[in-house]
Design a protein around this ligand. Structure first.
Ligand code: GLC
Ligand code: GLC
Length: 651
């Protein structure tokens, strides 16, 4: 039934399209619209079918896609077609990402374009430039409180500069990643301002209530994101005399996706940025897109429907563009952002692997891989044509969001264990070399997260300060150990600005009134390029780290077993300090790499006899791809030094 209805509706819509749209050459557009229309219609109907203006909204939706298509350049259309033909292109091991703030890496966008040789030097070919759009000063949430979705912050540059970056990247085969902040706007966004003036149409873009009756009901089941600086999920607005839903900061107003106008506006913005030459869009805070009384207002089914609809619509206009889901939620929930109930990715092709990130940090603090093994074992299997973004650090805090059942399975008590982790990384635990800060301690629940740069969290800062060579060398080895895993795990590794140079905590945020309430700024550094020159000087920390990572990246790119085709086998090696998995070439399974990582501060050995049933030839000779040498081996036991890793192949 649906199908006929959708078909006749499609015909009616095509008849109704504005004449200027109809006059264009829309060949590819019509083909793709035809192929996706039934899905689009069904999703849109599911979300908005009860509305009287449904048909009109459906027409608006199609017009938005058509307009987006008309504005797509022929260069980008060629890219679309190439990628449609090679649709698994992003699963290749050739991609290596880095995330950065423009003004943390360079002076501005123009300077960033000039500095792009640095990416090539290291081997990075996918760059996530964090939010560049207009935000009110002092109320910016690091770029995530946007007051104009089409206007670049003029301190950073303008659209021409961004186009230059995109062109420069394309020349060098570097992918450009930008954010789309879907969940909220700044209170100074035009829509918010119109709402403030009392315009009903725009008040309906947000969640607004005259009194506490409904907010109080919501609060019963909603957690708090920033309990220290922005407690609660609603903010009283004096001018409107209304409570506004503000899940993040009080100046970030949540958008109401039960209103189709909001959806269509956002789609228009997505297509606008797709048409600027962006290859991958990072969709921010996607777990929060749907609010339902009685729920945590995260990971709601309708949030998934919205993402599916966005994907299908983007598929029609700009099919070469990928989505990254930023959903920092429980492991079983994250996986759904690839597409619930779908066989191929139907929401976001890429998702932050927050589970792995948290598990890696747990390994550092506990010096064993028990929970890491357990968590990786229980990672749900991904869809085909979907991949992880594997990272150690990013611009946000570290939350220890692994599954409590996994924590219990390895005999830790979840609450006490998380408290240990927070104590460890904030340096309060006896003997911990970490220099992190506690982020957003929640007095009611006892929860807390951690801020701090990678180098400072693994003890480099403490080591350098005390001149303790052993501590310095441990810190370097831990940084390499963590990267050896994100580079080999399966998925796209995402390095963080400064980490290849061992950049420490930046305490200057404390003196800036607009930043001092948010200690995530401690790990959002500005690169000192004079210092960065030390990467060329043997014997420096910068040299050691940079060159080791550069080498690892180069080897990853050559190792086809590291591509992501669900081709990882986790091994139980009967040694809780080691994490070990096999990556095999999905086309030639005999071609494989055994990854082993020692989280302990002492040497450990891998007993090959224990894993002989896994098809490992225990009499084989191994070679470590990273060092190019045979591993230390005695009698069928491979020895790893403290914090050492191997990428072993059999010869
Ligand atoms: C995302 C961003 C984070 C921001 C939040 C609210 O999670 O990564 O930095 O605070 O969204 O926009
Ligand atoms: C919460 C959110 C995440 C956001 C972070 C900001 O963890 O789930 O999306 O990045 O807060 O600190």
């Amino acid at each position: 039934m649906y199908e006929q209805v959708s078909h006749s509706l499609l015909n009616a819509i095509l008849d109704d399209l504005k004449p200027e749209i109809r006059r264009q050459d829309l060949r590819h557009f019509y083909t793709r619209l035809g192929a996706n229309f039934y899905a689009i219609y069904s999703l849109f109907f599911n979300l908005y079918g009860h509305r009287e203006d449904f048909q009109q909204q459906m027409l608006n939706l199609v017009e938005t896609m058509a307009k987006g298509y008309i504005n797509r350049s022929s260069v980008l259309e060629r890219v679309d077609i190439e990628r449609e033909q090679d649709h698994n292109w992003f699963l290749s091991q050739k991609w290596v990402g880095m995330a950065l703030y423009t003004n943390g890496f360079a002076e501005n966008l123009d300077d960033l374009a000039d500095k792009s040789p640095y990416f090539q030097e290291l081997g990075v070919n996918m760059v996530h430039i964090m939010p560049i759009l207009m935000c009110p000063t002092g109320k910016s949430d690091g770029g995530y409180a946007i007051s104009d979705f089409r206007q670049i912050d003029d301190r950073i540059g303008d659209l021409n500069d961004l186009r230059r970056v995109a062109e420069e990247f394309r020349k060098r085969d570097i992918l450009l990643v930008l954010d789309i902040v879907l969940n909220h706007t700044s209170e100074e966004h035009e829509w918010a301002k119109k709402a403030l003036m009392g315009e009903r149409q725009y008040q309906d873009y947000y969640f607004m209530f005259d009194n506490r009756e409904i907010p109080d009901m919501f609060e019963q089941s909603m957690p708090e994101i920033f309990p220290e600086s922005s407690p609660g999920n609603f903010t009283w607005n004096e001018d409107m005399q209304k409570w506004v839903m503000t899940v993040f900061h009080d100046y970030q107003w949540d958008l109401n996706y039960s209103n189709p106008n909001v959806f269509i506006e956002m789609l228009d913005i997505i297509l606008f940025w797709a048409n600027q030459g962006v290859d991958v869009l990072r969709l921010d805070a996607v777990a929060f897109l749907w609010k339902k009384i009685g729920s945590a207002c995260q990971n709601e089914r309708n949030a998934h429907l919205i993402l599916q609809l966005m994907k299908d619509c983007c598929q029609v206009t700009a099919p070469g563009v990928l989505f990254i889901a930023e959903a920092i939620v429980a492991p079983v929930e994250i996986i759904k952002y690839f597409g619930e109930d779908a066989i191929i990715a139907k929401e976001c092709e890429i998702a932050y692997n927050a589970t792995l990130m948290a598990l890696l940090w747990n390994g550092i603090a506990t010096k064993n891989a028990k929970l890491l093994y357990q968590g990786v074992k229980n990672l749900p299997v991904k869809l085909e044509r979907a991949t992880w973004l594997n990272y150690v650090r990013c611009h946000d805090d570290i939350g220890f969001g692994f599954d409590d059942n996994d924590v219990r399975a390895v005999e830790y008590e979840p609450f006490a264990h998380r408290k240990f982790l927070v104590d460890y990384f904030s340096g309060q635990f006896e003997g911990s070399p970490a220099r992190g800060m506690v982020f957003m301690h929640n007095d009611t629940t006892g929860d807390a997260r951690i801020s701090g740069s990678l180098a400072s969290l693994v003890g480099l800062e403490a080591g350098l300060e005390s001149g303790d060579q052993a501590l310095i060398s441990d810190a370097i080895n831990k940084i390499l150990l963590l990267h050896s895993l994100i580079l080999s795990f399966g998925g796209i590794p995402l390095l963080y600005n400064g980490d290849a140079l061992g950049v420490l905590n930046d305490y200057s945020y404390r003196d800036d009134p607009s930043k001092c309430n948010d200690n995530r700024w401690i790990h959002r550094p500005k690169i000192n390029w004079e210092r960065a020159e030390l990467r060329k000087k043997q014997g420096t920390v910068e040299y050691t780290l940079f060159n080791a990572l550069k080498k690892m990246i180069a080897i990853r790119k050559e190792t086809s077993s590291f591509a992501d085709f669900n081709n990882r086998e986790l091994l139980d090696v009967n040694n809780e300090h080691l994490l070990c998995y096999i990556r095999f070439n999905h086309l030639r399974p005999s071609e494989r790499v055994m990854v082993v990582a020692n989280f302990d501060a002492n040497p450990q050995y891998l007993d090959l006899e224990f894993i002989s049933s896994k098809g490992i030839n225990i009499y084989a000779h191994f070679i470590d791809l990273y060092s190019g040498r045979s591993p230390a081996q005695y009698d069928r036991r491979i020895v790893l030094q403290a914090y050492q890793f191997y990428w072993l192949t059999e010869i």
